[in-house]
Design a protein around this ligand. Sequence first.
Ligand code: DHE
Length: 588
Amino acid sequence: MARLYKHAAILGGIILALAVTGINPGAGNAQSSDKADIKKHKTSPGGQYQPQLDVLRDLGVEIPGRKPGDPVISPEEYKQANKIYFERCAGCHGVLRKGATGKALTGDITRDRGYESLRDFITYGSPGGMPNWGTSGDLSEKEIDIMARYLLIDPPQPPEFGMPEVRASWKVHVPVAKRPTKQLNKLDLDNLFSVTLRDSGEIALIDGASKKIVKIIKTGYAVHISRISASGRYLFTIGRDAKIVLIDMWMNEPTPVAEIKIGSEARSVETSKMKGWEDKYAIAGAYWPPQYVIMDGATLEPKKVVSTRGMTYDTQEYHPEPRVAAIVASHYHPEFVVNIKETGHILLVNYEDLDNLKVTTIAAERFLHDGGFDSTGRYFLVAANARNKIAIVDTKENKLVGLVETGTTPHPGRGANIVHPKFGPVWATSHLGDETIALIGTDPDKHPEQAWKMVQSLEGQGGGSLFIKSHPKSGHLYVDTPLNPEAEISSSIAVFKISDLADKEPQYKVLPIGEWSGISEGSRRVVQGEFNKAGDEIWFSVWNAKDQESAIVVVDDKTLKKKAVIKDKRLVTPTGKFNFYNTREDIY
Ligand code: DHE
């Protein structure tokens, strides 16, 4: 049954964004109609799921030089406003307030709007997507007053983080010469899971067979993803604070051997996978400053810092802060596939010769976010989420082969590859903004009619989906909905039987994962399925608040029954899970 969003829903504790898509410069006294239309001021899961620059928020920045007529704001108020801005507004309006998915809020524009107009927009929101921060109770009247005054002053510029700063942050804890030459422990590295413990700034390494925690390792602040080197030896984690921790899995017990910071805010890290270049390089991309950094794969020694500032792919206007979103490693060339959010470019960065760096710049679509490979590892499919499209790049021929409109705000994670009973190999994404699951044909040789087209749109439980998963050995497609406003939907998973997909209206089964966890408190958001190496069980996180109990529920893929529940007081806010083998081999 389709369940679309019918009303504003503010999800406690989840990322909130200040999308002023409703600000219409020159609209005069817009606040009265905004108040009248208050029911239209929606805060969709897509609108809420925007970057929260919560590391930048704590950087001490000075009030920029005051212009005549600027409002008076005390240093304490300025600090408070800065914190709120980076936490809730910068994701849409940009660090420099020059606009991204939300409108620009530079001093010239805000001064033109005036204090009262800003105050009312923040209070009541707008039908275009700006949340109603005041009437929802998220910001107090006092906070809104401070924000309206803060916006009248020119934006502060957070510090840059070039090679001197990157290099100064680099630490090698165990030099390569002191590391083992073979695996010293008895861990089954292929079936280990690296689990993000979001709010404790740690990862848990969990053994796939025994489901026991092998080790908890301190990483960066709110670590975002884990990636495994091509040989399987090294594990890389990246925190929102842009700190990379390199863990050597061959030591007596897995141990951090090096660390580095590649900026102030980041989300992505990857390691070279091309034959002959295994484990040689690592790369990480930053949200601030907008740049990527190529490092030595065994020590993290920084080799090259490259800025992503430049022109948008379509209007060819300068963008001052294009953030680096997903990065994957090509299997066809010694290249990294680097997705630039605001300019809509997909960069193929060739690491063969770092002094004469070759970069293929592919014009794709705006606001690139996350994506993964098709089942052959040749084609990379990435969500241009603000344009409701999936861009597809052939990493062998190095060109864009498709741009497919799917549903509202696609959010695939790495996506899911399945063999459709009618259309052959397809890659799937679910959506934040609606209940659909889009299947895109990925086999231009045997199914040329279907290639790079949306061949089917399935109806799932509802919007608010973040991740979708399958496995070559599985007969199922699993769809989460952690940001759906209805608790029953956000705490359960929809499963489609792949052999049923040729039916007229394929039905799904609901797995009550939150209930199976045995946890009764909290919102029990169920997020991100991840298969074990054998592909016969799938793990889901039951993600509660930091001070509440969370868990991981393991489901038997054949029977769709609960197989195990992993609970431990150290499992604080588990979110992403990365099976070493599947992540390394791009199996999903
Ligand atoms: Fe993520 C992947 C950015 C919020 C869990 N997330 C990614 C990637 C990017 C990204 C660019 C792709 C990395 C890659 O492949 O190289 N995420 C962002 C944001 O900007 C956003 C919206 C807000 C923010 O401020 O960070 C955001 N992400 C979240 C969460 O709130 C999640 C659900 C919980 C958490 O741990 O923070 C979350 N993101 C994840 C996970 C992946 C991810 C689990 C990897 C999925 C996979 O299967 O590969």
